[in-house]
Design a protein around this ligand. Structure first.
Ligand SMILES: NC(=O)c1ccc[n+]([C@@H]2O[C@H](COP(=O)([O-])OP(=O)(O)OC[C@H]3O[C@@H](n4cnc5c(N)ncnc54)[C@H](O)[C@@H]3O)[C@@H](O)[C@H]2O)c1
Ligand SMILES: O=C/C=C/C=C(\O)C(=O)O
Length: 487
């Protein structure tokens, strides 16, 4: 069934000092709908001038009214932002689906409710944040004092645009910072609408600012090297993280990086295979496989290998690739032509490496426009194939058998990435034993993407720097001073 598309795409302007503005040189670029290849609208193209203007506004706001707003009042503003997102949930979901090509139902049931919850969660959490006090005999009392870090640059990817922006913006505002945001150039719409909501919720002018544009030599580059930005929260590819780190080095910015993943999904033969298959379909193909946490390397213990593959392939063949607005669409369109070509090039690499493509590997029939690709299952690859080693970030997984627990641990860890892992087993001791040896920041046992926003979230190795979630986010978005009083 097809749902009605009521919401019109929006032309996206920058939001600086509480106003929507064009670029000084009036430059803009087109926003393309990846499901139709049609132009959705225009996006103002910002650069150094706009970032300078936004940083100056953010700096003034940091030391202005925002500074004197109490924690309780800030918490109420955050709660109100969450409420307003939910009031306009369908509108947000339609814009997100138009921008990304993801199914509308997915944006409406996961991305947008979670974006609202990011604000609701931190609205509550910030109230409970405390600091330490240490008594040193009768000599002194030491206590720590928390203050904002300052002006924070927030640079975002395109896969879960509003979910990931709010995951950073909510704790940033909770701790009294101000922000200069750059959404991904492919997905500007929901971030723009969020600015309208922040204003309506009572965020003072200059506290949140949004500059659209590209990466190097554009808005992203200007944020990374700006001398008056104190910290950068970045989500995206490791290579971009490295470029940002270099640009940020001269002004020694505080950095939080959530980067890519090539996450192992380890299935032991004693697990409940029907449950494994059901969740593995999600961990492989939800959001077209464009989730940093997707389990794209599947390892199956040999006694269960054939049965798992049979059940998995059978079900994946029934997944409907289709238009994002259709309720029965399970896999929508990939984000862009460039990304579509990149994902396809990995399938080509697999073919050249002599792989078996058990299903997928091609554009579905009946689509002459849009970046659609069938969910693809690959076997028969060597562990050194680029498809097994590199992040594809699309609906493509490799499946490999293993014989020994020790062997699969070595293979799982044989990666420059270390974001997440899933382990399927009903053996409690094995679950702990394996989990303790997997080099990843987030490890799920018998589940995937089960989130509790208090827990540490982030990657090791090339998958990130630092952790977010609960107190970890609070620590990143605040500076602690220790104050010693001699008694
Ligand atoms: N670990 C996580 O939580 C997480 C979440 C989502 C996505 N990701 C990762 O993000 C990647 C996909 O997103 P993407 O393709 O948008 O990533 P990307 O690194 O290409 O772009 C991310 C953002 O950085 C900007 N940018 C690019 N070059 C820049 C530069 N030199 N200086 C400053 N800014 C620059 C882009 O304009 C965009 O806004 C994947 O690797 C995925 O795994 C990680
Ligand atoms: O694509 C990456 C998904 C990241 C998810 C989160 O950051 C989260 O759930 O907080």
């Amino acid at each position: 069934m097809q749902v009605e598309t009521k919401v019109k795409a929006i032309n996206c302007l920058h939001f600086i000092n509480g106003q929507f503005v064009e670029s000084q040189n009036k430059k803009s670029f087109e926003n393309i709908n990846p499901a139709t290849e049609e132009v959705l609208g225009t996006v103002a193209e910002g650069g150094k001038e706009e970032v300078d203007y936004a940083v100056a506004a953010a700096r003034r706001a940091l030391n202005g009214k925002w500074k004197n707003i109490t924690t309780g009042e800030r918490s109420k503003i955050l709660r109100r932002i969450g409420d307003l997102i939910l009031e306009r949930q369908e509108e947000f979901a339609r814009l997100e689906s138009l921008d990304t090509g993801k199914p509308f139902w997915l944006a409406n049931s996961i991305d947008i409710p979670r974006a609202a919850y990011n604000f609701h969660f931190f609205a509550d959490y910030m109230i409970s944040v405390n600091t330490d006090a240490n008594q040193q005999d009768d000599q002194a009392i030491h206590y720590s004092y928390r203050r904002p870090v300052g002006v924070v640059g927030i640079i975002k990817p395109w896969n879960l645009p509003l979910l990931l922006l709010t995951w950073k913006l909510a704790p940033c505002l909770a701790m009294g910072n101000t922000a200069v945001i750059k959404p991904a150039e492919w997905t500007p719409m929901t971030a723009t609408l969020l600015m309208e909501i922040c204003k309506e919720a009572g965020v003072p002018d200059g506290v949140v600012n949004l500059v659209h544009g590209f990466g190097p030599n554009s808005a992203g580059g200007a944020i990374s090297e700006h001398p008056d930005i104190d910290a950068i929260s970045f989500i995206g590819e490791p290579g971009t993280g490295s470029a940002i780190m270099k640009a940020a080095a001269s002004s020694l910015k505080k950095l939080s990086f959530e980067l890519g993943g090539k996450n192992p999904n380890i299935i032991f033969a004693d697990s409940d295979l029907d449950e494994v298959v059901e969740t593995t379909i999600k961990s492989s193909f939800i959001n077209q496989g464009e989730v940093c946490l997707c389990g794209s390397r599947i390892y199956v213990e040999r006694p269960a290998y054939e049965e798992f593959l049979k059940k998995f392939v059978e079900k994946v063949k029934t997944l409907k690739v289709g238009k994002p607005e259709n309720e029965d669409t399970k896999v929508g369109a990939l984000i862009s032509k460039e990304h579509y070509d990149r994902v396809n090039s990995y399938i080509e690499i697999a073919r050249n490496d002599g792989a078996n493509i058990l299903t997928g590997g091609k554009r579905p029939e009946g689509f002459d426009k849009g970046y659609y690709l069938e969910p693809t299952i690959i076997t028969g690859l060597d562990r050194n194939s680029r498809c097994v080693r590199e992040e594809i970030f699309g609906p493509v997984v490799t499946v490999m058998p293993f014989d020994m627990e020790e062997e699969v641990i070595v293979q799982a860890n044989d990666s420059h990435y270390g974001l997440s892992a899933t382990i399927w087993t009903n053996d409690l001791r094995r679950a702990h034993r394996v989990a303790h040896q997997i080099e990843a920041g987030i490890i799920w046992v018998n589940t995937w993407f089960l989130r509790d926003l208090r827990t540490p979230f982030g990657g090791m190795k090339n998958s990130g720097i630092g952790r977010t979630g609960g107190m970890h986010s609070i620590d990143f978005y605040s500076e602690l001073s220790n104050i010693t009083i001699k008694l």
